[in-house]
Design a protein around this ligand. Structure first.
Ligand code: KIV
Ligand code: NA
Length: 276
């Protein structure tokens, strides 16, 4: 049985912190599941970390379904949450329900996540009414990158903080089972976490959230270049993989790979003379 929304509510009640990580493919989904990560997010960050786009905006619903299927096949215990990509929920509640439904029905996810506050509460209510658990997402909203003027910390002024807190309560009224808080000051995230009766999951939102989420490429430092301030590399995987590939190339070049152990022989006694 997979982790359910009830398990997560119980984790908040009992003060057990929740570790969420993104995954986009089968191998890493398996590793996350085996490591006991309770929530795997198929984030639309896959546009940037798996497909090489500059933002999450080009990601399509078909791409999300494709990656969600792979992650679901790689997990047994984790709850799989799939991001609703840009323009699949903003237009109307009808489209939002249909598209959320496809991530569940075709993708196999157990829940969906979408970005925004008061502008999407009707969509959230309708998706929840269809029986689909919804995770909210407030603060830094990557799908609004052009409106924010870059990936920058949000809710740093009193008015914005009030709006964010109201949005959190509106989303909760609409039925969210959990809320991602991205790129906001730690004290603001603490206030939202205290107000809400469902788990908050932070990324760049300080230590007071009920859980934390990290993008797998940051967590393992898979891509070259500096990490965002909020990330910590728990492994230098990019470096390790690059070294391993260079060693492989060298072993091929100098004829050291494959060796006898990695090669197949003919049965004992086979006369190979005619092959020569
Ligand atoms: O797409 C994503 O990875 C996300 C997390 C950063 C929360 O939405
Ligand atoms: Na996302």
């Amino acid at each position: 049985m997979r982790i359910t929304v009830r398990d997560l509510a119980e984790m908040k009640r009992s003060g057990q912190r929740i570790a969420m990580v993104t995954a986009y493919d089968y191998p890493l989904a398996r590793l996350l599941d085996e490591a006991g990560i309770p929530i795997v997010l198929v984030g639309d960050s896959l546009g940037m970390t798996a497909l090489g786009y500059e933002t999450t905006l080009p990601v399509t619903l078909e791409e999300m379904i494709h990656h969600t299927k792979a992650v679901v096949r790689g997990t047994q215990r984790a709850m799989v949450v799939a991001d609703m990509p840009f323009l699949t929920y903003q237009i109307s509640s009808e489209e939002a329900v249909r598209n959320a439904g496809r991530l569940i029905q075709e993708g196999g996810a157990q829940a969906v996540k979408l970005e925004g506050g008061r502008s999407v509460v009707d969509q959230v209510r309708r998706i929840v009414a269809a029986g689909i658990p919804v995770m909210g997402h407030l603060g830094l909203l990557p799908q609004s990158v052009h409106q924010m003027g870059g990936f920058r910390v949000q809710a740093r002024a009193r008015e914005q903080i009030q709006i964010l807190i109201e949005d959190a309560l509106l989303l909760r009224e609409a039925g969210i089972f959990s809320l991602v808080l991205e790129g906001i000051p730690a004290p603001v995230a603490r206030a939202v976490t205290e107000i809400l009766d469902v788990p908050t999951i932070g990324i760049g939102a300080g230590p007071h959230c009920d859980g934390q989420v990290q993008v797998i490429a940051d967590l393992l430092h898979l891509l070259p270049g500096p990490l965002p301030r909020h990330a910590r590399p728990f492994l230098e995987a990019g470096e390790l993989i690059r070294d391993a590939l260079a060693r492989y190339a060298e072993a091929v070049q100098n004829g050291e790979f494959p060796g006898t152990a990695e090669s197949f022989q003919l049965p004992k006694g086979f006369d190979t003379a005619w092959l020569d």
